[in-house]
Design a protein around this ligand. Sequence first.
Ligand SMILES: Cc1cc2nc3c(=O)[nH]c(=O)nc-3n(C[C@H](O)[C@H](O)[C@H](O)COP(=O)(O)OP(=O)(O)OC[C@H]3O[C@@H](n4cnc5c(N)ncnc54)[C@H](O)[C@@H]3O)c2cc1C
Length: 465
Amino acid sequence: MLTGEQYLASLDDGRATFFEGRRVDDLLMEPAFATPAYAIARGYDRWYSAEPGAVNPLVLAPRSAAELRERADVIGAVDLALNVTYQSLMTLLTASGRLRGADPVELARMAAYVDDAMARDIRIAECITDAKGDRSVPPGKQDDPDAYVRLVHREAAGVVIRGAKLHISAASLCHDLLVMPTKAMKPGEGDYAITCAVAVNSPGVRIVNTTYHPKGDDVRHYPVSSRLSMPDGFVVFDDVFVPIERVFLDGDTHNASVFAHSLGLWERLGGITAMVRQADELVGLAQLIAEANGLAGISHIREKIDEMAIHATLLRAGMEAALVHAATTPDGFFYPDELFTNAAKYQGAAQFGRMVQHLHDIAGGAVLTAPTIADLENPETGRFVEKYLNGSTAVAAEDRLRLFHAIRDLTADAYGGWHLVTNLQSGGGLYAQRLVTRRHYDMDRARALAREAAGLADPAGRDEP
Ligand SMILES: Cc1cc2nc3c(=O)[nH]c(=O)nc-3n(C[C@H](O)[C@H](O)[C@H](O)COP(=O)(O)OP(=O)(O)OC[C@H]3O[C@@H](n4cnc5c(N)ncnc54)[C@H](O)[C@@H]3O)c2cc1C
């Protein structure tokens, strides 16, 4: 296993990563990368074991529903790079049990890769979302054939791929990029049916980063994002050679969507786990700022907080149901239930904006305009900030100020905007979750119940619900 220090040293491997128009050769000298890199390093130290053959227990596949349940809580609290590594490895294990008529050589490569990744203790970014060009046109009919990542050359030792994967969380701070088709491929689109693991420092890989990491020096104004930022990467594969032992799907259009569906499941479980915690955090902020404003007893404020609490509770219920109803692969690995995972993720994403609206409505305009802690400390302004930023006398003005900063940082500034969009789009957007929910929902039972209510005979003569 790697220590945090070894992880930080491993980033100096010649990877081509860019930020705001510049190439970043030393990630640790750039605050927007150093802060998350050190957070990942702390995660390495937290799980490090010097025992020969030791593996991070968090990336081992759950062998029971109880283990899956326990893991969800722990994974929800770890850094994003470890989180996406877990999801990547679980995706490969889940997919290998679902591939129909798969090439046994490719299956063996996947199993060997999972073992090797665990042994080397690497971090793996999930690369599924293609550039996609005109969304109404399939990959094989795009004006630019590179709109979806594709294979451009095949030889005995490996393959060469070209294209781009967009919005890839933590790409610049991981070691490998797990590349897979973003959707089902049709006959004739075999070159787009490619799943493989690419080392981040492979020649031809370039990562253009964006981040909501705070730009100001005084991080007290950004109490959350200054600790939790993580860059997203626009990852270009400019004719990248991938050794054959890292190629897990090549040309099999029939199985192309299996990886996307497997990743979507783990990605959405990760999304719900984060949303459950986030929903409770929003309830807490609404309650605390209502108390600080002296309004905690007012009925319309209480009703909004009640609605937020009900939302948080139902989200938690969806997550628990997804974990309790876990299914198992032929190899005995447990994964969450598709229906509950997708329905809960949909609900969490669809209602997030409304919950944030309640919080802003309760908190007031100082969410955006509260002076900084430095203004409080400035002798020329501090006593006025303290005097006029006071709400309820039971709450210190500085505490009220800090609550406003936390609410703005979490919901109304760069990090808040990131969350607003990410909650919707991560795991494929609302539409994707609706599709999977529809596929797994028991519509026959619903129909039968409706027929019974209406006194209609079942035309197919099926049993009663
Ligand atoms: C902060 C952030 C982090 C992310 N991290 C990752 C990551 O680590 N790895 C990764 O692979 N992806 C990641 N994503 C990408 C995410 O999965 C996508 O944003 C999402 O799948 C939507 O794709 P898109 O952004 O290309 O939007 P589009 O595909 O353009 O979708 C926009 C809208 O159009 C609809 N639409 C698109 N095509 C069609 C069609 N043919 N028919 C009908 N409707 C259509 C969609 O349903 C959606 O409503 C991340 C996204 C964000 C915002």
